[in-house]
Design a protein around this ligand. Structure first.
Ligand SMILES: Nc1ncnc2c1ncn2[C@@H]1O[C@H](COP(=O)(O)OP(=O)(O)O)[C@@H](O)[C@H]1O
Ligand code: SF4
Ligand SMILES: [Mg+2]
Length: 328
């Protein structure tokens, strides 16, 4: 087997969320830690798409930021082409440009004072990917066409575009850096329903054309079904189920995955409001003992309330549930 492009092992990220020192001294309270990511493993082969899915607050963006080298993990490792991510992302590293990110809010990730042409040319110039000004211009024009914009759009500013077009610009900027891995954090969640599917299809076409690898993050199972070839379901900082897309959607094993599916709509409805699973996500500063899903789980037993289930092989994938066998 060839080595995966991205290999994440036992990743932990904790945040110190203690009150200020004086307040702690007055209240006698100790330091408090929030385990946003609590020991997760996954790997993505070159050209593959792994989707991370789960409700808001389960740690998806924190994983994205660790993978992109924007924040250091508390423990565990992120290996890109076998090298630690801190090395890969170091200024001057020849692999640095290969990892790009696309965020939910394209407006926030584009410089409003730069014309689109400059935004897209910037990585081309920084990386020396085109030897002359004319070739930089040609390359920008080609990339804009590749993402469904026109070469003339290079002269405009971000505010002159719609939300969907701005996300196309963000994709163009990522593509301009000649990436291999793109970390997509809820890339279409802020867009109108009709536009979401267009952007998702564009991203799939670009993946095929450029052999891209995606870590694709979404809270929306319909989007995940459309994009992923492998899925990892997160709950309170852990992966509770992982399988290839077809297996997961045909036979979801974890009660949480089933709850999410019960509330999902089809891709035609990707932007519609949907019912969220019953009950609230517990506070990750003070997670429930045992299986952290037990307060919301209709199948919870005494064992679930005291012992955390390990992620183990089950039904073609992996699941962290004591009772997966008996749930049918
Ligand atoms: N910089 C930070 N400091 C403290 N807590 C944080 C920080 N970033 C994220 N968190 C917390 O970590 C948890 C996971 O957040 P996040 O990774 O953004 O989840 P998601 O993307 O799935 O919504 C949340 O409880 C969030 O409040
Ligand atoms: S371990 Fe128990 S509480 Fe957790 S998902 Fe399985 S049945 Fe539900
Ligand atoms: Mg997020």
């Amino acid at each position: 087997m060839t080595a995966p492009l991205l290999d994440v092992r036992d990743l932990h990220k904790a945040f110190d969320v203690s009150a200020p020192l004086v307040a702690r001294l007055l209240s006698g309270q100790g330091r408090r830690t929030l385990r946003a990511v609590d020991g997760i493993d996954f790997a993505i082969p070159a050209g593959g798409t792994l989707a991370l899915v789960g409700e808001s607050g389960c740690g998806k963006s924190t994983v994205a930021r660790c993978v992109a080298g924007l924040v250091p993990p508390t423990a565990g490792s992120v290996l890109y082409r076998g090298a630690p991510i801190a090395e890969v992302r170091r200024a001057g590293s020849p692999l640095r440009h290969e990892i790009q990110m696309i965020f939910q809010d394209p407006y926030g990730s584009l410089n409003p004072r730069w014309r689109v042409g400059r935004t897209v040319a910037d990585p081309i110039l920084a990386l020396g990917l085109a030897p002359s000004r004319a070739e930089v211009r040609d390359r920008v024009a080609k990339i804009l066409e590749d993402v469904g914009l026109s070469p003339a759009d290079a002269e405009k500013y971000p505010h002159q575009f719609s939300g969907g077009q701005r996300q196309r610009i963000a994709v163009a900027r990522a593509l301009a850096a000649a990436p291999a891995l793109i970390v997509c954090d809820e890339p279409t969640s802020a867009l109108d329903v009709s536009v979401q599917a267009q952007i998702l299809n564009l991203m799939k076409d670009l993946q095929a054309a450029h052999g891209l690898t995606y870590l694709f993050i979404s809270h929306n199972l319909a989007v995940v079904d459309h994009m992923a070839d492998r899925v990892a379901v997160m709950y309170l900082g852990r992966i509770v189920e992982t399988a290839d897309r077809d297996t997961l959607f045909a036979r979801p094993a974890h009660p949480y995955t089933r709850t999410l599916m019960g509330s999902a709509l089809g891709l035609g409805d990707v932007g519609r409001r949907r019912e969220v699973p019953k009950g609230e996500v517990p506070n990750p500063i003070d997670p429930p003992p045992g299986c952290t899903f037990h307060p919301r789980c209709p199948h919870a037993t005494a064992l679930c309330r005291t012992e955390a289930p390990a992620l183990r092989a089950f039904g073609g994938g992996r699941v962290a549930c004591h009772h997966a066998e008996t749930l049918g």
